[in-house]
Design a protein around this ligand. Sequence first.
Ligand code: SF4
Length: 242
Amino acid sequence: MMREVARRFNHVYGREPGFEDKAKAAAKKLGSRKAKVVMELRTKYQEQGDAEALAAARALLDKQGNLSVADRERLFGFLEGGGRMILLEPEALLTEASKLPGVDGQKMSKSYDNTISLREDAESLKKKIRTMPTDPARVKRSDPGDPDKCPVWQFHLVYSDEKTRQWANQGCRTAGIGCLECKQPVIDAVLAEQGPMRERAQKYLDDPTLVRNIVADGCEKARKLARETMREVRGAMGLAYT
Ligand code: SF4
């Protein structure tokens, strides 16, 4: 939804008088060498649809500390061939397994009571994973299965290294391993991941003021960014009265 809002807003309000000139002036602030690289990447993207060139140019702009928010957004819009990009479209950052199913194989959700919490008690965690559903075709230990139909496999994609994945994949398809065996490396990996988390959390459990301070700092940072964005938004909409 946020992507749609940003796209629509940019489309309606992104054009500004003298946009091209302002974008070129912003590019000059990068210094001649970097400006040249950005222009070349822009041409590659606009003429050949090279998405990697666009990503490289964006990354380069992101690293420029000397650009104002307005110039940066102008250049983002310039790169894509549109107007000034006032609101950035949020992008998904996905791991290989884009989501983890819950321990019942459905979407993981607290209301479904199928979650593994970040500081789950070790015994409860073991029990939850041991009782996870698996490929329904594996009725008996001797039935071969298909990891793609098994929620445990999604956990392997996140938690296991290549060797363990191969072992699980092959063992499942050939009925060489049982499901409990297959789940063990996942249990071990989740426990290993959570150990340090539990230790780190203890400090904050002992002193919740630390958490409140972190939240207050975060709010202040968010407020500052939101203020800058809203100034841009009002300016673009002609609602800036200063
Ligand atoms: S062997 Fe592993 S991947 Fe295959 S069905 Fe059992 S738990 Fe799932």
